[in-house]
Design a protein around this ligand. Structure first.
Ligand SMILES: [Fe+2]
Length: 381
């Protein structure tokens, strides 16, 4: 079976090894003449980034780059990015990287057309309709990790650096016009990032699958996404140059993000405040809090996860699924407790309130109260 394909759901996805070579032609096809590549500081000096800039330059599109982007991008990064976009007279964004580069790149393209502050476009009710659509620049997304799924999403997570909260900024125009998923770009990822980002994809599929909302399409996508992670994440972790495994992980990441239209849950509710306060890796944090959240949700998801276990070829129903998660975490070298990531217990009260207020909380199959969140944080730390 060939693992190269063109998909149009939810956007045009160019999947397969070597397809970064098509970057300039896709930029031109969506009308860009002078794009700016937006990525994080860590990636700025890497070979894959230089190669992407070479491809743009060879296509007559220049080699502009903005990389003043923190691991959890905030409104200051955004402001600087919009300034670079406007000062350079750019007409499109190549959002390049893991979650940080993709989210900030998408948000810069969006904010280039706005006069209101970014917080006015938080994903609340119909706030997105406040946006002026004309000035929004086209986006080409190029993921360099396999986890966030931001490359197929209509939102960005931006941290408010004053309140230390992660806000979801939403608009349909955040959806990239074209996404290039080239697994060769993920080959150089450090092992712990392969593990953490892969577990983020798994968390997206698991939480979408467990959420109580009606969305059979996402349900099916989430289930197959979990299977891909089970089969291929240990392989990608063991041998980073396994292109077949890397390809399937890129698919799983995109599938997780498509699936979580159905909702996320308490894994993300707990992970967001921890990430905002302690700057921990998002996917790794999700993996650490996953077992306690599974135990908490058990009464509501026992049967459903037994069905998932059967599809994944795991025996033992819910317990088998739970043991599989523990085993997967240890195979990937994920710590067992948040304390190992530097998280302390002194801000549990505050984090518990933040967790309950998190937009992911509505999708959790068991109601998450402040008391329950405290109890969960105690178990996790
Ligand atoms: Fe996530």
């Amino acid at each position: 079976m060939s693992i190269t394909a063109n998909w149009s759901y939810p956007t045009a996805i160019k999947m397969g090894a070597g397809r970064i070579g098509e970057l300039a032609e896709h930029c031109k096809a969506v009308g860009m003449k002078k794009p700016i590549l937006i990525t994080d500081r860590g990636l700025a000096s890497m070979e894959i980034t230089k190669k992407a800039l070479d491809i743009l330059e060879a296509g007559g599109l220049g080699r502009a780059i903005f990389a003043d982007v923190d691991p959890n991008p905030n409104e200051k990064n955004l402001e600087a990015g919009v300034k670079a976009f406007k000062d350079g007279g750019h007409d499109g964004v190549v959002a390049f990287g893991g979650g940080s580069g993709l989210d900030l790149g998408k948000c810069v393209a969006f904010m280039a057309g706005q006069t209101r502050p970014v917080w006015d476009f938080e994903d609340v009710g119909d706030w997105w309709t406040r946006a002026s659509v004309e000035g929004i620049a086209p986006i080409i997304a190029v993921p360099t990790t396999a986890g966030t799924g931001s490359e197929v999403g209509r939102a960005s997570v931006i941290t408010n650096s004053v309140t230390e909260t992660k806000k979801i900024i939403f608009h349909p125009k955040f959806l990239p016009a074209v996404t290039i998923c080239d697994p060769e770009l993920t080959v150089g990822m450090p092992k712990h990032i392969t593990a953490g980002t892969g577990m983020d994809a798994f968390a997206h599929c698991l939480e979408a699958y467990s959420s109580p909302f009606y969305h059979p399409m996402s349900q099916g996508i989430a289930l197959e996404g979990m299977r891909l992670v089970k089969e291929y994440l240990p392989r990608a972790y063991a041998d980073g140059s396994d292109i077949e495994a890397r390809t399937h992980m890129m698919s799983a990441a995109a599938m997780g993000a498509v699936a979580f239209q159905k909702g996320l849950g308490a894994i993300h509710s707990l992970s967001h405040p921890v990430g905002a306060i302690y700057h921990t890796h998002h996917g790794t944090t999700n993996a650490v809090v996953m077992p306690p959240v599974l135990r908490f949700n058990r009464p509501a998801v026992e049967e459903r996860l037994a069905a998932a276990a059967a599809y994944l070829g795991i025996s033992g129903g819910f317990d088998g699924f739970y043991d599989f998660v523990l085993e997967l975490r240890s195979t990937l070298g994920i710590p067992d407790k948040l304390a190992e990531l530097g998280v302390k217990t002194d801000r549990i009260d505050e984090m518990s309130k933040m967790a309950v207020a998190d937009p992911s909380t509505g999708g959790n199959p068991v109601e998450l109260t402040v008391e329950a969140a405290k109890e969960l944080f105690e178990q996790c730390i």
